[in-house]
Design a protein around this ligand. Structure first.
Ligand code: SAM
Length: 281
């Protein structure tokens, strides 16, 4: 384990010890669970209820969402998601005793209809149907999952208790009253490459070259082959593209939706100037 990550987990464990949580009884009569029970890639430490509620709130969980918790422990996150929002939720957990405990917890809460716990490895199981993914795994495991997370459907909300995801700047920082932190990221549409637009009134050919770093991008805008503007540190939120540039004393605002390799939106918010775009293959 990376030294920095080890110390972060040590702080978590010391914090829990000071809060008296380490001596609590977890689990049930069939499986007494000790704090910091060893796990495949990371030990079991439970998320606290307040931060779980704040994470689900920040994700704006709503009907139709499917919440996946990777490394679901005793099931607290999928169970709270189902209980508070009535949504389907799934926990993936490697330790079979924890899977069985979480299933019993679901039964006791009468949530079996909505919640499923699967015995499996986070790095093997398919969680691509999720619209919300929660993590409490540590920075290095988060980083290992990042390529898969970034390939999820644009708009998927990813939340991590305590730990960040390497170079991916959070869209929101979540703070509990205890000072505990969690983070939210929204998976952005992939827009890197050369876009060709139709519908601009001031040029025959309008194109845009995009360099994307997660939800942040730089772009050069070309009118009839000539670079007319540069945009730096713009953001794409899920599939919503919203950019502004100026050229020859005019300001252009382009707003719309990216769907795969296509864009459709409006120039200057005007329904009379619809713009479509195509990303070169
Ligand atoms: C810090 S606990 C978090 C538990 C729960 N998500 C929560 O927030 O209370 C991490 C969990 O991940 C599980 N785990 C570790 N490696 C795993 C892997 N490769 N696949 C699935 N689960 C794993 C551990 O058994 C443990 O239950």
């Amino acid at each position: 384990m990376h030294v920095q990550v080890f110390f972060r987990w040590l702080c978590v464990a010391l914090g829990l010890l000071l809060a008296g949580c380490a001596s609590h009884n977890y689990g049930d009569e069939q499986y007494r669970l000790r704090m910091a029970t060893a796990g495949k890639d990371i030990m079991w430490v439970p998320s606290k209820l307040e931060i779980v509620h704040k994470m689900l709130e920040a994700a704006k969980v709503a009907p139709g969402d499917i919440v996946y918790d990777l490394g679901s422990g005793d099931g607290i996150i999928p169970l709270e998601a189902a209980k508070r929002y009535g949504v389907r939720s799934v926990g993936i957990e490697y330790n079979p005793d924890l899977v069985a405990l979480a299933q019993r917890n679901a039964k006791r809460a009468d949530l079996e209809r909505l919640v499923t716990f699967k015995r499996g490895d986070n790095f093997v199981e398919d969680f691509s149907e999720a619209t919300v993914v929660t993590l409490y795994l540590g920075e290095s495991l988060n980083a290992k999952l990042m390529p898969r997370l970034l390939k999820m459907r644009p708009g998927t909300r990813v939340l991590s208790n305590v730990f960040r995801i390497e170079s991916w700047i959070p869209d929101q920082e979540i703070r509990a009253s205890t000072g505990d932190m969690a983070y939210l990221w929204i998976v952005p549409a992939a827009i890197e490459g050369r876009w060709q637009f139709s519908g601009f009134p001031d040029a025959k050919q309008v194109s845009m070259e995009v360099i994307q770093k997660k939800q942040i991008f730089d772009a050069n805008i070309f009118f009839d082959g000539r670079r007319v503007a540069r945009i730096e540190d713009a953001r794409i939120r899920a599939s919503e593209l919203d950019l502004q540039f100026s050229h020859a004393g005019k300001t252009y605002t382009l707003r719309g939706q990216v769907q795969g390799s296509r864009f459709s939106g409006l120039l200057n918010n005007n329904p009379k100037t619809p713009v479509t775009g195509q990303l070169a293959p």
